[in-house]
Design a protein around this ligand. Structure first.
Ligand SMILES: [Ca+2]
Length: 379
């Protein structure tokens, strides 16, 4: 069910929460934001089950008042300039392109979704609780067993661990359950032309999407994804799709919507291309020793220290990586207080998929938990 966010329902907090719950079910990228709101609307138990405890009445009211989608006006000067550039720079067929864009709908819910603050305001234990659930770990173990041959073959060929492959797919789309119900053409057109702060980026992604559908011989109207245009089971943006998706089945198509072999191969290729090092440690739990005098650094996805420099500063952690390995001390608020971690090269490769320290740690830990469950089932 897609619930379009309202603009004239300045609403009670309950309505707002339900709206976002609807979005949550449909969206992956917005999950982080959503649960922030859900945390006040749902109890932990009901949040896990994804059920809403309150009355359904606000939801019904909302369904009748939610609105706000309009056809993209292709005669607008910025839209027609975009069309001109696609024709002149990429030899795009003007009539085809105009038909695609005339069919696109600019949606207020998309702008609303992207305008919200990201996961910054979630603490680590809250963020972790979204992804490290028993249900998701069990689903991951089942996924691993079901796709064991592909996972093993692709992992052997690329050096990307199965833990990371299942961790990414599990966090991104809950193993294909939550891939987004927006039409990609609507999402990208809305953000390209009706959301000035990110217009440049999304016009570029819209360009890549249009080139992609031409290259892959797809119907632009068929592609679905998140409110931000992240597509299919691995949630690739169009530029990433063109650059990193691979045809792992050798059937001439890169199908990240319905072919798991292509999905797994594409995620692995993304990691290879971003410098994943086979069998290298991702992260270590850490503590601050007695000689630690520094101030805890702000979390960053660009490591500034090395194994040696952190050790000299009094950070205690375990690794067999060389002393000059780039490393970063990370601070996260766990359930039992502050947690310290040291992230290594591979940790920051994970952040290339989504620029967030919490994201990378969640992916890593979900993969580890799934591996434990698979292995315990085998023993
Ligand atoms: Ca294929």
């Amino acid at each position: 069910m897609k619930i379009v966010m309202q603009s004239r329902l300045p609403g009670t907090s309950i309505s707002r929460h339900i709206c976002e719950w609807g979005k949550d079910r449909a969206e992956n990228r917005s999950v982080y934001t959503i649960h922030e709101d859900l945390s006040t609307a749902l109890t932990p138990q009901s949040r896990k089950r994804g059920t809403y405890r309150g009355s359904l009445l606000p939801l019904l009211v909302l369904l009748f008042t939610c609105h706000a989608a309009s056809a993209l006006d292709t005669s607008r000067s910025d839209v027609s300039l975009f069309i001109d550039s696609m024709v002149s720079e990429h030899d795009y067929d003007r009539a085809t392109l105009e038909a695609v864009l005339q069919n696109a709908e600019s949606q207020e819910s998309i702008i609303k979704a992207i305008s919200k603050p990201a996961e910054k305001s979630l603490e680590w234990h809250e963020y972790r609780d979204i992804f490290l659930t028993d249900e998701r770990i069990t689903a991951g173990a089942n996924f691993w067993r079901e796709h064991a041959a592909d996972l093993q073959r692709i992992s052997d060929e690329t050096g990307v661990s199965i833990e990371i492959l299942v961790g990414i797919i599990g966090v991104e789309t809950y193993f294909g359950r939550i891939t987004g119900n927006y039409r990609v053409v609507d999402a990208l057109s809305t953000l390209a032309f009706d959301y000035p702060p990110r217009a440049k980026f999304f016009r570029s992604e819209l360009k890549h999407f249009l080139l992609l559908v031409r290259e892959e011989n797809m119907d632009a109207a068929d592609a679905t994804g998140s409110y931000a245009g992240a597509m299919g089971r691995p949630q690739f943006m169009p530029s990433s799709y063109r650059e990193y998706a691979v045809d792992s089945t050798d059937d001439g198509k890169r199908d990240i919507w319905s072919n798991w072999t292509d999905v797994i191969g594409s995620v692995a290729n993304y990691f290879v291309r971003h410098g994943w090092v086979a069998d290298a440690q991702v992260v270590s739990r850490a503590s601050l020793g007695e000689q630690w005098r520094g101030e805890t650094p702000k979390n960053t996805t660009k490591p500034k220290e090395t194994v040696t420099s952190l050790s000299h500063q009094g950070v205690l952690f375990v690794t067999d990586l060389p002393g000059d390995q780039k490393s970063q001390l990370l601070t996260l608020e766990g359930e039992d207080g502050t947690e310290y971690w040291v992230g290594f090269h591979n940790f920051f490769v994970i952040t290339r998929y989504n620029i967030s320290v919490m994201y990378a740690l969640a992916v890593h830990q979900l993969g580890q938990e799934i591996a434990l469950e698979v292995n315990s089932g085998e023993s």
